[in-house]
Design a protein around this ligand. Structure first.
Ligand code: SF4
Length: 415
């Protein structure tokens, strides 16, 4: 039986695509391997967001070539678009599938493998169902290569998403994760026009579905009705991750982002007031061209005093073809120092946030199991390690009492 391993790099949208492919490959009778050393084919869903991301993909291609020379490799995703000729010339790669052909990746694979015998049982590896509801972006942030690789913003019809979510719930998924490159722009391109709020209302009306988790939200596209809904709807996971990128207004201007720290604070405080237990996170870029020490210090102090309890810190990476790549760059050693300082601050704030839940019981989903040990993800995005997982399995609902907040993870017990 032909087996395929899907190796994912990058964003939630890539994860949602890989989740969809593994479901459909299983339905087509192709075994989806858990380890690429055992697979006949490896599909690499590649990322090109930063130089680091690109290097990780190239390293993986070399490793497969070295350790499993017989394995055939298919590359898709943003790096496939950005370096198509280079990848096509790579003898390890037998097919490059650009983003615009991604929707039909499973069809391409069935043709390539000549397989699909219908015998393989349907295996779903993830504990939560990831659903891609939107792709592409109409914004033009000066540091971002994504619009040129994923194209204009496109939304999946609302009815189709609801049907997909209902199917996931019928298969036992308690939580769905909505993924989009620019999720808040959902529905703007649909006829008649819809909104993310319309979609959330339709999804939370599905009785069998317990939780809807959102991927990254753009603070520039959070109108009051949507914000009000997020701050009170219990079926929306109390976890909000915002793409702030920076807090200094001069830097935000150069990024091409019309946002203000005051506006951020209003949104964060409103969400914190409506959902006191919510996990609040953000994407942050340090070392953007023109970022002075004063800009950095302003952002550091803003993040420190804000209701955020964690932030993903990206060191600015010039992307060829974006306006900012041609501007005077911040020295690498300065970027490194600033990134480390903010990552340390994020760890401190996250530890303080998680310590506030010691002794409390939180609802969550089992996301991993090794032996009797479980990893549980709570609604407010706390990862909890449980020693005695009883006979619980990935995807199952569980109530955990937090017993300890460690430097990286929290510890807990099943209630
Ligand atoms: S909103 Fe900006 S950062 Fe996000 S994908 Fe679009 S251009 Fe890139």
């Amino acid at each position: 039986m032909t087996s395929v391993f899907i190796h994912n790099f990058g964003c939630r949208v890539n994860q949602a695509e890989a989740f969809d492919w593994s479901c459909r490959l299983g339905e087509a009778g192709i075994a989806v391997a858990r380890d690429w050393h055992q697979a006949d084919w490896v599909v690499v869903n590649a990322c090109a967001l930063t130089a680091r991301a690109e290097a990780d993909v190239r390293q993986f291609l070399k490793r497969v070539r070295r350790e499993s020379p017989g394995t055939r490799i298919v590359v898709t995703g943003c790096l496939a678009d950005k370096t198509r000729e280079e990848l096509a010339g790579n003898s390890a790669v037998c097919r490059v599938i650009p983003n615009f052909l991604k929707e039909n990746l499973v069809g391409e694979l069935l043709k390539l493998t000549g397989a699909g015998d219908g015998r393989a049982e349907k295996r779903f590896f993830r504990s939560r169902a990831l659903i891609k509801v939107q792709d592409g972006c109409d914004s033009h942030c000066t540091f971002c290569i994504i619009p040129s690789l994923r194209g204009k913003s496109r939304s999946r019809p609302l009815e189709q998403v609801v049907e997909c979510a209902r199917e996931a719930a019928e298969r036992g998924y308690k939580e769905i994760v909505l993924a989009g490159i620019h999720l808040c722009a959902y529905g703007r391109d649909l006829e008649p026009e819809k909104s993310l709020l319309d979609l959330l209302r339709a999804l939370t009306a599905i009785e069998e579905l317990r939780l809807v988790r959102l991927s990254s939200l753009d603070p520039r596209l959070l109108p009051e009705p949507l914000l009000g809904y997020l701050a009170k709807e219990e079926k929306i996971c109390p976890h909000f991750h915002l793409s702030l990128q920076h807090a200094s207004e001069p830097v935000l201007r150069r990024m091409g982002r019309k946002s203000t720290p005051a506006g951020y604070l209003e949104i964060l405080s409103f969400l914190r007031a409506g959902r006191p237990e919510a996990g609040l996170g953000a994407d942050i870029i340090v070392g953007f061209p023109g970022e002075e020490e004063a800009d950095f210090e302003f952002m550091r102090d803003f993040l420190k005093s804000s209701p955020l309890n964690y932030f993903h810190v990206f060191s600015y990476s010039p992307r060829a073809g974006t306006p900012a790549a041609g501007w005077k760059q911040v020295p690498e050693n300065v970027k490194k120092k600033r990134s480390e300082e903010l990552r340390k601050l994020s760890r401190e704030k996250n530890l303080a946030f998680r310590a506030g839940f010691v002794g409390r019981a939180l609802a969550g989903v089992v996301i991993k199991k090794r032996g009797s040990r479980l990893e549980v993800l709570t609604g407010n995005y706390i990862k909890v390690m449980v020693e005695d997982g009883r006979d619980l399995r990935p995807g199952q609902d569980v109530l955990v009492r937090i017993t300890e907040a460690g430097p990286a993870l929290s510890k807990g017990e099943v209630v």
